[in-house]
Design a protein around this ligand. Structure first.
Ligand code: HMG
Ligand code: MG
Length: 299
């Protein structure tokens, strides 16, 4: 155990991971307003959208329109998801200067999600990383299904370590480890993190928990105790992957910030403003927030 960090950087993924999984298509204007509101909460990293195929994820077909229109606040980074070179070029055309590539530790999931094997998906990233290096663009790497897969079940730890270290070696500056279907428990999360941290520096690791089984905050804490200081979360607890059956929302940003600040760990985020943003979003989406902290504050 390395002890708890004194500061944590939250990577807000609600506008991407959250909205990609909504049943109805959200108007671009609502997405833009969401990101602008989030930009005023003290968040420093806001994943804005995803330049994937609109046939696969119609919810984010307006990526270019949204990215071009958001107010880019100084000191805030707005990474976007890209699955291939076409996505990278589309993102660059509207001025994105940070992108995220994604693969999974499970072959079966990769096939469903991006129609490619793990090796093929990583090969697709090579030209993205080459271009990004030349363009001065930062690239984040996601590894999904790190604690289990909806299609193949168990995911061997060595596969998680393999994908994470390949993405890191290729040039991703940060690797986010995703429990896509929210199946893990704290001891498993810690063991997984330790195995990856033996190959990738802990400072370059982020954790990304979905709260499908109510384990996300406990898993976050277990990983913080191992020295992780970057946590992905989603305002109002929205989220899920359309290609991960049964996966529900990410851990709610409000709940993570409440826990961290309550433990004396600095996030730089104005919790009240974040709660208001989450309540505003849930009103737009027409379903109740899954943040317990937001619900308690609303009375
Ligand atoms: P494919 O069908 O195998 O590829 O999809 P393709 O190259 O044959 O392309 C099919 C069509 O899509 C073509 O159009 C392409 O031009 C177009 P057509 O010729 O038929 O008119 N196309 C694109 N259009 C716009 N932007 C692009 C793009 N690429 C191709 N970038 C592909 C392969 C990877 C494109 C597809 O499978 C895809 O887009 N998948 C995305 C799935 C996705 O977004 N999943 C959710 C994100 S991952 C996640 O949520 C997990 C995470 O949160 C972490 C965690 O929780 O663990 C990150
Ligand atoms: Mg996710």
């Amino acid at each position: 155990m390395n002890g708890l960090p004194s500061k944590v950087r939250i990577v807000e993924v609600g506008a991407r991971d959250g909205l990609q999984n909504e049943k109805t298509i959200i108007p671009a204007q609502t997405k833009i307003e969401l990101i602008n509101r989030l930009s005023r909460t003290g968040l420093r990293t806001i994943e804005a959208t995803s330049f994937v195929s609109s046939k696969w994820v119609p919810q984010l077909a307006d990526a270019a329109e949204v990215f071009a229109a958001i107010d880019k606040r100084a000191g805030v980074r707005y990474p976007v998801l890209v699955p291939n070179e076409q996505g990278y070029d589309r993102a660059r055309a509207v001025g994105a200067d940070e992108v995220a590539v994604f693969s999974a530790a499970s072959e079966a999931f990769n096939r469903k999600n991006i129609n490619a094997s793990i090796d093929e998906s990583i090969e697709r990233f090579a030209p993205i990383l080459d271009k990004a290096r030349a363009d001065g663009v930062r690239v984040r790497g996601y590894v999904s299904t790190v604690l289990g897969c909806p299609y193949q079940g168990e995911v061997p730890l060595r596969d998680v370590v393999h994908v994470a270290s390949r993405l890191y070696t290729m040039g991703c500056y940060e690797i986010s480890l995703g429990d896509t279907i929210g199946i893990g428990t704290p001891r498993k999360a810690r063991d997984m993190l330790r195995a990856v941290a033996a190959e990738v520096p802990i400072e370059a690791l982020a954790v990304h928990f979905h709260d499908t089984r109510g384990q996300a905050l406990a898993n976050v804490l277990a990983c913080l105790e191992e020295g992780v200081a970057i946590v992905d979360s989603s305002v109002s607890g929205t989220g899920g992957c359309p290609y991960a059956k049964g996966a529900t929302g990410n851990v709610a940003s409000e709940d993570v910030v409440y826990m961290l600040e309550g433990m004396g760990i600095d996030t730089g985020i104005d919790l009240a403003a974040l709660i208001q943003t989450g309540l505003w979003l849930s009103a737009q989406l027409g379903h109740e927030t899954s943040s317990k902290v937001a619900r308690a504050s609303a009375g």
